[in-house]
Design a protein around this ligand. Structure first.
Ligand SMILES: *Cc1c(COP(=O)(O)O)cnc(C)c1O
Length: 419
């Protein structure tokens, strides 16, 4: 039956649940390595680690020749921890943001990390802190794309990037500040809309012409989609690469020297590698609707609550029995919050899913939870962060322990007057 599974990454689901508890994020190493291999036409694959920043995942990226993007001081710290360094071509770490904080500026200076700036003010600030810094400009071409208003990355209401008409002013600021502006970046996230993508490529070529000889690197950004709905088509990487490579070649003719092409996927490399394993703790009916209540909530996986995102769901029997019927079901979590529902659409519209008839104790798996899953989880309702587990060569190993209550409370203090 559809949506019925017995194994994750070749391991029996009940055994994984017994060994690691639920909820747990279960990653499959070979899925990540397959996605990396698919992108090898790009000279440089730069993993947007914000999608999944566990240091084991970063170490796996490094082992496969993938470099990383960091969007905060903390992400630089993670990258350094697994052996990435700043500087060199391509730099192991690039910092991308629309503003600096002092922690980030300090690490950037100390480790000579190139910066992809998203606001003109950053150029002057960087020049003061770290003269000679290598810089790329993240350009907002004046239009965007995105599956939700919250993920739109361009246009006049986007906080991201430098407005395209400010390019010359930024080059002037760069000269004045003594930093080396040598690249252009556009993260619009066209997905598999190739017509839209070619518009982005054209905007890149136009910007590159205005920049001229100093240009050494262009970045296509991220936004490569994965088929969250199993009937969705997979992105045609060759077509995607083809459009960008054509843009690169036209830019090379313009500037008169080689230009390197980076791609910066987050989701594409990790989303499909991970199953969020949960246990069904209650099966109930309310006014004709059937509910499966599971032990993960939006503290564990926030995408459905935040964007109305769709995740495929499967059931695994806890006792090896055969499950027959499929029933329309609402899947929800334990949080004291009505939005804590995994089957919902954008705008918080609750929907049902046809799922095998589960009983309390069965396992419910939310698929494709590797991107913006563990990385976006929280302690809301004072719930422990779920463990992360990696399966490789037929063995499962913990890569983040389940958090403890002591760890959650460790930085809280009671004033003397209340003790
Ligand atoms: C978030 C982000 C990415 C990755 O986006 P995905 O949709 O996960 O591929 C890449 N580049 C930048 C600058 C980002 O902010």
């Amino acid at each position: 039956m559809k949506n019925l599974v017995t194994h994750i990454g070749g391991m029996p689901v009940p055994q994984l649940a017994k060994n690691f508890g639920t909820p747990a994020f279960i990653y499959e190493r070979d899925v990540i390595e397959k996605r990396i291999a698919e992108l090898k036409a790009f000279e440089v694959i730069r993993f947007a680690q914000k999608a999944c920043s566990n240091i084991a995942i970063l170490a796996l990226m490094r082992k496969n020749g993938v470099v990383v993007d960091a969007v905060s001081a903390g992400e630089i710290y993670r990258a350094l921890k697994v052996g990435y360094t700043g500087g060199g071509h391509p730099s192991g770490i690039v910092f991308t943001a629309d503003l600096f904080d002092e922690d980030a500026l300090q690490l950037i200076r100390e480790h000579k990390i190139p910066v992809n700036v998203g606001s003109p003010d950053m150029i002057t600030q960087l020049g003061k802190a770290y003269p000679g810094a290598e810089v790329t400009l993240r350009i907002n071409p004046g239009f965007g794309h995105g599956h939700s208003r919250k993920v739109n990355t361009g246009g006049s209401y986007s906080k991201h990037g430098i407005w395209h008409t400010d390019l010359e002013e930024c080059l002037r600021l760069g000269n004045e500040a003594g930093v080396k502006i040598q690249g252009l970046h556009m993260h619009i996230g066209s997905g598999s809309d190739y017509h839209h993508l070619s518009t982005v490529c054209d905007a890149m070529v136009k910007a590159a012409k205005r920049m001229g000889a100093p240009l050494k690197v262009i970045s296509a950004g991220g936004g490569l989609p994965i088929p969250y709905h199993k009937e969705q088509a997979r992105i045609d990487i060759a077509a995607y690469y083809g459009l960008w490579d054509k843009a690169r070649k036209s830019i090379e003719r313009e500037v008169g020297h080689p230009v390197s092409l980076e791609v910066e996927p987050g989701r594409y490399l990790v989303a499909e590698s991970c199953s969020l394993l949960t246990q069904v703790r209650s099966v109930k009916s309310s006014g004709g609707n059937k509910f499966y209540l599971v032990d993960a909530g939006f503290d564990t996986l926030i995408r459905p609550a935040m964007y109305g995102s769709y995740h495929e769901i499967s059931i695994a029997a806890h006792d090896g029995r055969t499950i027959g019927n499929a029933v329309d079901t609402i899947v929800a979590g334990p949080l004291c919050e009505s939005g804590d529902v995994f089957t919902q659409e954008e705008g918080g519209v609750v929907t049902t899913r046809k799922l095998p008839e589960a009983v309390v104790g069965d396992y419910l798996i939310l698929h494709d939870a590797g991107a913006y899953g563990a990385a976006m989880s929280s302690n809301y309702n004072t719930r422990k962060l779920a463990p992360e587990v990696m399966i490789q060569n037929g063995a499962a190993e913990i890569i983040r322990e389940r958090q403890t209550f002591e760890a959650i409370l460790q930085f809280e203090r009671i004033p003397k007057t209340l003790a």
